[in-house]
Design a protein around this ligand. Structure first.
Ligand SMILES: C[S@@+](CC[C@H](N)C(=O)[O-])C[C@H]1O[C@@H](n2cnc3c(N)ncnc32)[C@H](O)[C@@H]1O
Length: 501
């Protein structure tokens, strides 16, 4: 790295505060996320210094750059550990981007991506330093790292991009991650204990770790007003299929889900000091493991007692309570009035047990100094939230409907200890052996960049299109936890709620 480490001060931030896409967060939270000069969680005030350091001034008189248009197969699989460490709403495999960069640029050139998302362009620029015949074996290619300027309007995207460019203390990460899970286990492991099936003598009276609990909506029969547990009347556990038509267990009426209202209930949310009315759900299946075999059972009295104890518990640590998109009931185009009843704040997306775990884990991570822990934390948030559908016969146990905030009538509450343990190895595999590269990362809108004219050698970008994905709405859960939200005024999408048509 060539630029000296430095502090990001309030005065630095003042210089870029009016730049379009300046994120929603306090100066303290922006400073806490940043690692200046290479990464600031706001428009990066050091980009010009970076360009002076790395750029080659353009001179029309002497410049003899020429390339034929690039026309070649760039299809790449999506199984690479780097690609998969942290999901995002869409991604371009970095190996595909490398082919363009290798063709159009020379080592040391400056590459810019103003819609960088998770920063795959930055990974590609640095991987051009690792000769790989698998990517490209043309003799005209000049191998050698290029430097990237990465920018996106989304703070969480920038945080992921920064980690892909800079986070290299993998051993430290593995040690801290295991220690953090161990500390959470000591305090909260009891929440995920369940006893073996009563009619199986080998398992009876033993405690096991729960893999997941499936929850079902409760419906109201429109004919006799009795309550129907959706799972019991409409779900076939053996096939994983849902019946389109089912019978009311009390009056025998033939029903469709759309004929029925959902049962609702009210509870007092002591963190917000408000009464919340939400869809009533009940736990219907618990899955646990012994010696590699999965067992399923109905929740027992002791499982219900654990849930009751958690409901009565006060969570001491901070957790986010932001109103969805800061607009209360008017969330945005990802909101649906039926299945989002009672879900107006970010913490409503989690069962209380999950929330207690996350609040503890987040507090422990804040005491550490390894930014990779922060994206390890965000990497499983959606999988362990209520977005995770119960679909035991499909890819399991994580199954949110991508590109939406859809909450199913059958939700799988996954054990976060298992989710996060699994990710430690995936992160270690993705980041091991990676070299630190001089990329610079910024959060701002591509409508208002801090880049002087004639300073970029090549632009690779994968911009948003139409109403395909509502990035800021979909990143809302992640960004609430990192205390830095997308300022979506300039977000380049079509969205009725945001009046962008
Ligand atoms: C298709 S994604 C890019 C994904 C990226 N190629 C990757 O591999 O992760 C488009 C990105 O554009 C960003 N975006 C939308 N409007 C923007 C704007 N006005 N300025 C900068 N970025 C914007 C979104 O936050 C999103 O990350």
């Amino acid at each position: 790295m060539t630029m000296e480490k430095r502090k990001l001060t309030k005065e630095d931030i003042d210089k870029v505060r009016d730049i379009e896409g300046f994120p929603i967060g306090t100066d303290e939270d922006i400073i806490a996320l940043s690692d200046p000069p290479y990464y600031t969680a706001c428009p990066n005030p050091f980009i010009e210094d970076f360009i002076k350091e790395h750029g080659t001034p353009y001179d029309e008189e002497t410049d003899d750059y020429h390339r034929e248009p690039f026309a070649s197969d760039v299809s790449e699989g999506k199984s690479d550990p780097i690609y998969n460490a942290h999901t995002y709403h869409t991604k371009v495999p970095y190996k595909a981007i490398m082919k363009y960069i290798l063709h159009y640029t020379n080592p040391g050139d400056l590459v810019f991506d103003g819609f960088c998302g998770t920063g795959m362009t930055g990974v590609a620029a640095s991987k051009c330093g690792d000769i790989s015949k698998e990517i490209c074996d043309s003799n005209s290619i000049l191998w050698g790292a290029r430097q990237a300027i990465l920018s996106d309007i989304s703070p969480v995207a920038s945080l992921i991009a920064y980690n892909y460019s800079y986070c290299r203390d993998i051993d430290g990460f593995v040690e801290s991650a295991n220690r953090i899970l161990g500390e959470c286990e000591k305090e909260l492991g009891w929440m995920y204990q369940t006893e073996g099936i009563a009619n199986n003598s080998a398992l009876h009276n033993s405690e096991f770790e729960m893999n997941y609990t499936a929850w079902s909506d409760v419906l109201i029969c429109p004919h006799c007003s009795s309550e129907l547990v959706f799972y019991n009347v409409a779900f076939f556990e053996d096939s994983g299929k849902v019946a389109n038509v089912f019978s009311c267990r009390k009056c025998g009426a033939k029903l469709k889900k759309s004929d029925c209202n959902r049962a609702i209930y009210s509870y007092y949310d002591n963190t917000m000091d408000e009464v919340v009315t939400a869809i009533r759900q009940v736990p219907v299946v618990i899955d646990y493991c012994k010696d590699g075999h999965h067992y399923k059972k109905q929740p027992s009295l002791s499982d219900m007692a654990i849930i009751k104890k958690i409901d009565a518990m006060q969570i001491e640590e901070w957790y986010p309570t932001d109103l969805m998109m800061h607009l209360g009931e008017k969330w945005g185009d990802s909101w649906r009035s039926g299945y989002h009843s009672g879900i107006t704040r970010v913490h409503h997306f989690f069962y209380k047990r999950t929330l207690a775990f996350l609040a503890k884990m987040n507090e422990l991570i804040e005491n550490e100094n390894n930014p990779l822990l922060k994206i390890w934390f965000t990497s499983q948030l959606l999988n362990i939230s209520k977005l995770n559908r119960y679909r035991p016969k499909v890819t399991f146990p994580y199954n949110p409907l991508s590109g939406t905030l859809y909450i199913s009538s059958l939700v799988c509450e996954s054990n976060p200890f298992i989710a996060y343990k699994g990710k430690i190895k995936k992160f270690a595999d993705a980041f091991k052996g990676a070299k630190s590269n001089d990329n610079i990362i910024s959060v701002c809108s591509a409508t208002n960049l801090l880049i002087p004219n004639n300073s970029i050698d090549y632009i690779f970008s994968d911009p948003p299109f139409g109403d395909n994905l509502m990035y800021s709405e979909l990143s809302f859960i992640w960004e609430s936890w990192i205390k830095n939200q997308t300022n979506n005024k300039q977000e380049g999408i079509m969205n009725k709620s945001q009046q962008k048509r």
